[in-house]
Design a protein around this ligand. Structure first.
Ligand code: MG
Length: 204
């Protein structure tokens, strides 16, 4: 199982971080040691002073594929969950300034909490109209709709599969909408798809 992720897929989030709008999806990966399941707490690491939440829809791949044409790519989605792409923004900024890779800023232990429940893809009438949101200590912080993505699920899967053979069980974080921000110990994050709460993460 691999964890792929797409950066800069929502225009308003690109603006809030003063990034360039990409011509192709910005791809990075996280190791499986980044995964947090079962609503396990997130332990604030001592190597960063600026950990940010990024709520994202997460695709679970249902079958193996390589060079998948975009028009068939949606059939590779088995189910959709929600996750948080925790980012050490200070380390990421350092890397960006020097044009260096983001691995430690994005892939550190516990940086990928993912909901236990994934909703079967057939339960969604329209993949380009899915609402999701994140609250911090009960207050709304992020609201997204897949209609606002620059690159659709199908495009992302097709694009990724040019470079990486996709395997059943792989996860793809599909980008965060605007409203990212820092967490501190004691914060509790809740993430929802439509009105269903699927993920809770306590920061310790
Ligand atoms: Mg992200």
């Amino acid at each position: 199982m691999r964890i792929f992720a797409v950066g800069r897929n929502y225009v308003e989030h690109i603006r809030e971080l003063n990034n360039e709008r990409p011509d192709e999806p910005v791809i990075f990966t996280k190791p499986d040691t980044a995964l947090l399941r079962n609503n396990q707490p997130f332990y604030y690491p001592d190597f960063s002073h600026d950990i940010h939440y990024e709520a994202e829809l997460v695709l679970r791949i249902g079958k193996n594929g390589k060079n998948i044409p975009e028009q068939f790519a949606a059939s590779y989605i088995e189910s959709i969950g929600i996750g948080i792409d925790f980012t050490a923004r200070d380390l990421q900024q350092k890397a960006k300034d020097k044009g260096l890779p983001w691995d430690i800023a994005k892939g550190f232990d516990g940086s990928a909490p993912v909901s236990d429940k994934f909703i079967p893809v057939n339960n969604f009438p329209d993949l380009s109209n899915i609402n999701f949101r994140l609250t911090l200590n009960g207050e709304a912080r992020q609201e997204g709709n897949t209609g606002l993505m620059i690159f659709s699920f199908a495009y992302i899967i097709s694009y990724l599969s040019k470079f990486f053979t996709l395997r059943q069980g792989d996860l793809i974080f599909t980008g965060t909408p605007k409203g990212v921000g820092p967490v501190v110990p004691g914060n509790v994050l809740h993430a929802f798809i439509e009105n269903e709460k699927l993920l809770e993460v306590e920061v310790r």
